[in-house]
Design a protein around this ligand. Structure first.
Ligand code: SF4
Length: 710
C-alpha cells in the first residue's frame, strides 16, 4: 500500500497528514508499548491549510490507534455489575426497545444523544436525521457546546449566520493580529507558527495578546494585556471608546452595512479609559497602545477561542469583538475579520450538519418554520415532524437525569465524566440514568463506568468521512485500516438503529459517500453551500466552502462577506450593545483565588488518546497548578509541594508550579486529567455550570477557589 493522505483528527486547525503503512517501513518499523506496528506520519505538503506542517500531536497520532480498544458490544443491567460481551443484535435491540417504550409513553423528549466534534460529518448528519427528523426530538447536543457555541451564537446574531469569515492566508496579510482569550501557540500551534513567522519578518505588523497568563503566545506579542479574568468586555468597550473619541471609525461602512451603532455608542461612554484600565488591572498607556494599534491598522485580524467562548457572557464577548470590526470596517477584506479558532477537528462540520440542540443541517435553526420545512422535505418527512423547540443542551441533559426527565442517554465520542463542569454533580447524575449507552473507541475511559451498554466505534483511519477545519476547508479522511474486533462507524450504528425502528427508507445508505451526498443537498443556496462537493471530488484534494455546484473550487473568494452584504433580512450586520457583568463567580474572602483552566501543547482534551502515547505522558505525567511567587510565599508553599484547591463544589489536589507567568490572585491548571489518570486532581471538581444565557456554554474557564497547603 502506498502512503495515504488524510486530516489530523485532533484540533480545529485541521492539518493535512501523510501516512505510510508499517510494512512499507520494513525493519525499522516502530511498535507501541503493546507491540502493535506504528504507521509513520508526516505533514502533507499539498494540504492548503497546513502546507506540510504538523505539531507533536499530529506527529504521534498513530501511536494511539491500537492500544486499549473497545472491540465488542458489552452490556450490564446495573452499574454495580461487570460488563458481559454481547452481540450487536442484543445491544441494538435493547436500545431500540427503550426508544420504542419512550415513544409509546409519549416521552420522545426523554431520548437524548450527546455527540462530539470528533464525529465526521456523516456521523453528525445521520444522528440529526435519526433524532430530529425520525424521532421528532431535538435532543442532540455535542461537546462543541462546551467549546464554541458562543462563537456560533455571536456570528448568527451579529452577521446573520454562523461561519468564520476569514481564512488562514489572512494571518500573513494583516497589519495587526488581536488575540484575545486564546493561547494559540499551544492550542492551535500551526496557525500560530504561521502568524509568528510573518510577524517576525514584518516589523510593522503588530501582535496584541490579551490573556491573564503570560503564555507562550503572549511572549511573542508586541503588547500583552494581562487583564483580570472576566474583564474582556470592559477592555473591548474601552478600546471602542477610544476609537470613537479619536474619530477612528469607518462611518461609511457603518452607514451602508450595519445597524445598531447609536445604541452601541451610547453604552461606550460608560467605558472611559481610566476606569477601564483600573477594572482590567492594566496600565492606561497599555490600553491606549492597544487602541492605537487598532486605529493605525488598515487590516486587523482578531483570533479567539475558549477564553472568550467559555463564559457566562460568551455571546456578548464574541459580539463585542465583532463590534470592533464593524466600527472600523475590518471585515470581508484580506488580512481582516473576526476569526474564531475552533477547538475540535470537525466541530465546524458539526455546525454545518446542525449538530447542536438548536440547529438543523445547512446552518438552519429549529425555531425557523421555513428551515424546518426545508429539512423535512429533503428527509421525506410529514410536515411538522421536526419539533419547533430547541432540544436539551449538554448541561440540561445532566439536570434532566437529576429530575428523571431523561430516560435514555446515548453518549458518543466524548468523555463527559471528565469534561463537564461540576464533575461530582455530573457523575451523580450519570449514576441516576435509567439507561446510558456509551459509544466510543477506547476502554477503559472514565465515562464507561457510568454506562449500561458499550458500543465499539471505529475511529478516524478505520472509516471514511469528511471533516471541515477552522478556515472552512473540507477534507476527505479515507479508511486505511480495518476497525478492530466488531467496531463500526458511528454513522452506521445510528443508521442501523434507525432501520430497526422502521425507518428503512430514511437510512438506506450504502456507504458514507451516499450519506454525504444527501447532506450537501441541504446546503444548497445556504451560506455554507457545498453542493459542488462529494467524496469523489474530495479524493482529488481538500476544497474550501462555499463550493456550490459548478464551482471548480477557485471561483469563490476565500473570505465571506467580501461584498459587505450579510445574511440578515436587510443585508446589514448588527452591532450588539453589552455591558460587562464580570465573572459568574467572583472571588471573596472565603474563595480568594480565580482558577483559570486551559490546555497544554502536547495533550488533547481528556487524554483518551494522548494519555496512551508514552512520549507525551513522559513530558506531562501529572497535573499541576501555576501560582505567582508572592501568592506562594504567602501560603508558605514552594515549587513541587502539593496543594488542596477547594471551591464551593469540590476539591482537587495539584503539584505546585511557582511562576511569574500568572498574575497574583489567579492560578492556572490544565484541564486534561480525569480520574483514570490522576485520581482527585480533576479541575472540573472545582468548576461551575453557570452558562451564557444565549449560547448556553458554561463558564468552564474560571471559578473562585481557596488554596490549602497539604
Ligand atoms: Fe493536528 Fe492541530 Fe497539531 Fe495540526 S495543529 S497537527 S491539526 S493537533
Amino acid at each position: 500500500m502506498d502512503s495515504v493522505k488524510t486530516l489530523c483528527p485532533y484540533c480545529g486547525v485541521g492539518c493535512g497528514l501523510e501516512l505510510s503503512p508499517p510494512a512499507a517501513i520494513g525493519r525499522a518499523t516502530n511498535r507501541d508499548s503493546q507491540g502493535n506496528p506504528i504507521w509513520r506520519v508526516k505533514g502533507d505538503r499539498e494540504h492548503p491549510s497546513s502546507k506540510g506542517h504538523i505539531c507533536v500531536k499530529g506527529g504521534t497520532i498513530t501511536e494511539s490507534l491500537e492500544k486499549d480498544r473497545l472491540k465488542y458490544p458489552m452490556m450490564r443491567d446495573s452499574l454495580d455489575e461487570p460488563f458481559q460481551r454481547v452481540s450487536w443484535d442484543e445491544a441494538l435491540n435493547k436500545i431500540v426497545e427503550r426508544i420504542q417504550t419512550l415513544r409509546n409513553e409519549q416521552r420522545v423528549d426523554a431520548i437524548c444523544m450527546y455527540g462530539s466534534g470528533q464525529f465526521q460529518t456523516e456521523d453528525y448528519y445521520t444522528a440529526q436525521k435519526l433524532l430530529k427528523g425520525c424521532l421528532g426530538t431535538n435532543n442532540f447536543d455535542a461537546n462543541s457546546r462546551l467549546c464554541m457555541s458562543s462563537a456560533v451564537a455571536g456570528y448568527i446574531q451579529s452577521l446573520g449566520s454562523d461561519g468564520p469569515p476569514c481564512c488562514y492566508d489572512d494571518l500573513e496579510l494583516t497589519d495587526c493580529a488581536f488575540l484575545i482569550g486564546t493561547n494559540t501557540a499551544e492550542c492551535h500551534p500551526i496557525v500560530f507558527n504561521r502568524l509568528r513567522k510573518y510577524h517576525k519578518k514584518n516589523r510593522k505588523v503588530k501582535m496584541i495578546v490579551v490573556d491573564p497568563r503570560r503564555t507562550a503566545t503572549a511572549e511573542a506579542a508586541d503588547l500583552h494585556l494581562a487583564i483580570q479574568p472576566g474583564t474582556d468586555i470592559d477592555l473591548l468597550n474601552g478600546i471602542a471608546h477610544l476609537l470613537m473619541r479619536w474619530g477612528k471609525i469607518d462611518t461609511l461602512f457603518m452607514d451602508d452595512c450595519t445597524r445598531g451603532f447609536p445604541q452601541y455608542a451610547a453604552i461606550l461612554w460608560h467605558y472611559p479609559p481610566e476606569l477601564v484600565a483600573r477594572k482590567c488591572g492594566i496600565r492606561l498607556d497599555e490600553l491606549e497602545q492597544a487602541a492605537r494599534y487598532w486605529a493605525d491598522s488598515e487590516r486587523v485580524l482578531s483570533l479567539w477561542s475558549m477564553g472568550i467562548n467559555q463564559s457566562s457572557e460568551g455571546t456578548a464577548k464574541v459580539r463585542t469583538i465583532i463590534n470592533l470590526h464593524l466600527m472600523t470596517g475590518n471585515i470581508g477584506k484580506p488580512g481582516a475579520g473576526p476569526f474564531s479558532l475552533t477547538g475540535q477537528p470537525n466541530a465546524m462540520g458539526g455546525r454545518e450538519a446542525g449538530g447542536l440542540a438548536h440547529l438543523l443541517p445547512g446552518y438552519r435553526v429549529v425555531k425557523n418554520p421555513e428551515h424546518r420545512a426545508e429539512v423535512e422535505q429533503v428527509w421525506g418527512l410529514e410536515p411538522g415532524s421536526i419539533s419547533p423547540h430547541p432540544g436539551r443542551d449538554a448541561w440540561s441533559m445532566i439536570t434532566g437525569l437529576e429530575t428523571g426527565d431523561v430516560g435514555l442517554l446515548w453518549i458518543a465520542a466524548t468523555n463527559p465524566a471528565v469534561s463537564m463542569p461540576d464533575i461530582e454533580r455530573t457523575k451523580a447524575a450519570l449514576r441516576q440514568s435509567p439507561l446510558t449507552v456509551y459509544q466510543d473507541v477506547y476502554d477503559p475511559i472514565e465515562t464507561s463506568s457510568y454506562a449500561h451498554i458499550l458500543l465499539p466505534a471505529a475511529q478516524w483511519s478505520e472509516k471514511t468521512g469528511i471533516m471541515t477545519n477552522s478556515e472552512r476547508t473540507v477534507t476527505l479522511c479515507p479508511q486505511f485500516r480495518p476497525p478492530p474486533g466488531e467496531a463500526r462507524a458511528d454513522w452506521e450504528i445510528f443508521a442501523e438503529v434507525g432501520r430497526r425502528l422502521g425507518f428503512e427508507r430514511e437510512f438506506d445508505f450504502v456507504d458514507a459517500a451516499e450519506v454525504y451526498g444527501e447532506f450537501v443537498q441541504l446546503t444548497q443556496g445556504r451560506l455554507c453551500d457545498m453542493t459542488g462537493l462529494s467524496h469523489e471530488r474530495l479524493r482529488e484534494g481538500p476544497i474550501q466552502w462555499p463550493c456550490p455546484q459548478g464551482d471548480d473550487g477557485t471561483a469563490h473568494d476565500k473570505r465571506l462577506y467580501t461584498d459587505f452584504r450579510f445574511p440578515t433580512p436587510d443585508g446589514r450586520a448588527r452591532f450588539g450593545a453589552f455591558h460587562s457583568n464580570g465573572l459568574a463567580e467572583p472571588t471573596d474572602a472565603d474563595y480568594p483565588f480565580v482558577l483559570t483552566v486551559g490546555r497544554l501543547y502536547e495533550h488533547w482534551h481528556t487524554m483518551t488518546r494522548t494519555g496512551r502515547i508514552e512520549k507525551i505522558m513522559k513530558k506531562h505525567p501529572k497535573p499541576f497548578l501555576e501560582i505567582h511567587p508572592r501568592d506562594a510565599r504567602k501560603l508558605g508553599i514552594e515549587e513541587g509541594n502539593w496543594i488542596e484547591a477547594r471551591s464551593r463544589r469540590g476539591v482537587a489536589y495539584f503539584s505546585v508550579r511557582v511562576t511569574k507567568a500568572i498574575a497574583r490572585g489567579t492560578v492556572f491548571a490544565p484541564m486534561h486529567w480525569g480520574a483514570l489518570w490522576a485520581k482527585r486532581s480533576e479541575v472540573n471538581a472545582l468548576t461551575h455550570s453557570e452558562a451564557c444565557p444565549i449560547s448556553l456554554e458554561p463558564e468552564l474557564k474560571a471559578c473562585a477557589i481557596r488554596l490549602i497547603p497539604v
